[in-house]
Every structure is written in C-alpha cells, then in structure tokens.
Design a protein around this ligand. Structure first.
Ligand code: MD3
Ligand code: FE
Length: 211
C-alpha cells in the first residue's frame, strides 16, 4: 500500500504528526543504504557522560553526526571510530525526509544530520529532550523500520503527562514548532522477528544540527 492521502496522517499534538506507513514500498532500498553505511561507519554502543553504555547501537550519516562519550553529547563532522567523515546522506533518505516534512506542513527542511538507532530486543531509550542542535527552527523527522515499539510522547517538562503510541515498520513522525523540545522515549523492545530486518527495530532521525 502506498502513502496516498491525508487519512494516513494523524496530528498527535500541536505541530507533531504521525504519517502511518509512509515508507512502505521503500523498505528494501532503505535497508540496502543502511547496510552500506554500517559497513563504513559501524554501529556502536556509545557511552553516556554518566558512564553508562547505551543499549541502543548507533551510527550516523550526513555532514554531522550525534555522538556521546564521557565528555558529553555533541555533533561531530567525523566518525570517532574511523576518524573519517560520516557517510553522505543517501539521496533517498533526504528525499523521503523532505517529502514527509512537507506533507506535515514544514517546507524547506534541510537536514544536515541523520542519527541511526538500532534497538535489539531489550533495548530502550529513556525519556529525554533533543536539545543538542544549534537550530530549533526546523522540524525533526523520524523513520521507524523493523520491530514495533511503544513510544512515549510527553510535554515540555519531564513531569508532564505522556501519551503512548505504537510505532510500526514504515511509520514516520514529524515534529516541529511547539513540540520540538518535548520529552520522549522508547520503551523496552519486545521479542520478535521482522521479515526484512530480523530481531531489530531501526530508527532514523533527521535533524538540522547547525545554523
Ligand atoms: C519528539 N529516538 O534518537 S524518534 C532520538 O525511536 C530519539 O529511536 C527515538 O528520541 C527512536 O533522539 C524517537 C521520534 C522523535 C525524535 C525527536 C523528537 C520524537 C521527538 C523531538 C521532540 C519531540
Ligand atoms: Fe530523541
């Protein structure tokens, strides 16, 4: 089924949209590009400033990549594992992210960073804000592939009530404006097997990290 009309788009909060099944039809080409990126900038479990190893394995593509280590969270323009630039953002990634942003009403999205998260069964991402970017004027676009997850979407403060959403293979989220700094997290991934991606969930997050 191809994404065709606005019946597949749900506004879950002010300026936050879920585009159900937007990526279906592009799964295989996305997976090929991912495997190419991982062969050159391998997935790794980074260390938090607090000294914990993240359960989510990460890589990046695009001019800038998000990293964390003992010294803190930041964007770098080279991969600290290989000391080479991050791999270029594949044209199909950029095009789909821009199309999704536009569908949600955000024109002129120019991502310079794509963080790639791989969740094995048992991995999770605790409640946090995305605030390491120098530019909050552009939205964030996220692609979900593989196993489903329960995503918690909160408010501007940690204590605000949260809504739980199931994100499935092919779904896209677009967040900007009033929701850009909302707290969010991913609950522990349950056991399963995706026909294309195996026992994993992948999430690609497109951002404008620099001015
Ligand atoms: C809501 N990733 O990489 S993507 C992250 O599914 C991250 O891997 C999650 O949170 C994942 O930082 C969620 C959806 C998302 C991304 C950014 C947001 C939702 C957001 C920023 C503000 C509000
Ligand atoms: Fe986040």
């Amino acid at each position: 089924m191809l994404f065709s009309d606005d019946e597949n788009m749900i506004e879950i909060a002010p300026d936050a949209f879920l585009l159900k099944g937007f990526l279906l039809g592009n799964s295989k080409v996305l997976l090929q590009s991912l495997n190419n990126i991982f062969s050159l900038s391998p997935l790794r479990n980074m260390e938090t400033p607090g000294g914990y190893r993240m359960s989510v394995a990460m890589s990046n593509c695009g001019e800038w990549g998000w990293v964390t280590d003992k010294t803190g969270y930041r964007y770098t323009n080279s991969d600290p594992v290989t000391n080479k630039p991050w791999q270029p953002m594949p044209g199909i990634f950029r095009q789909l992210a821009q199309d999704a942003a536009e569908r949600a009403g955000f024109l002129g999205f120019e991502p310079d960073a794509c963080l790639i998260n791989r969740y094995a069964v048992g991995a999770k991402m605790s409640l946090h804000q995305d605030k390491d970017e120098a530019n909050f004027s552009q939205p964030i676009v996220s692609f979900s592939l593989g196993l489903p997850c329960i995503f918690d979407f909160g408010g501007a403060i940690r204590e605000a009530p949260k809504i739980a959403l199931t994100l499935e293979h092919g779904d896209v989220l677009v967040w900007g404006g009033k929701s850009r700094l909302n707290y969010h997290g991913v609950r522990t991934i349950k056991a399963g097997e995706h026909p294309l991606l195996g026992p994993y969930r992948f999430n690609l997050t497109f951002r404008r990290s620099q001015k």
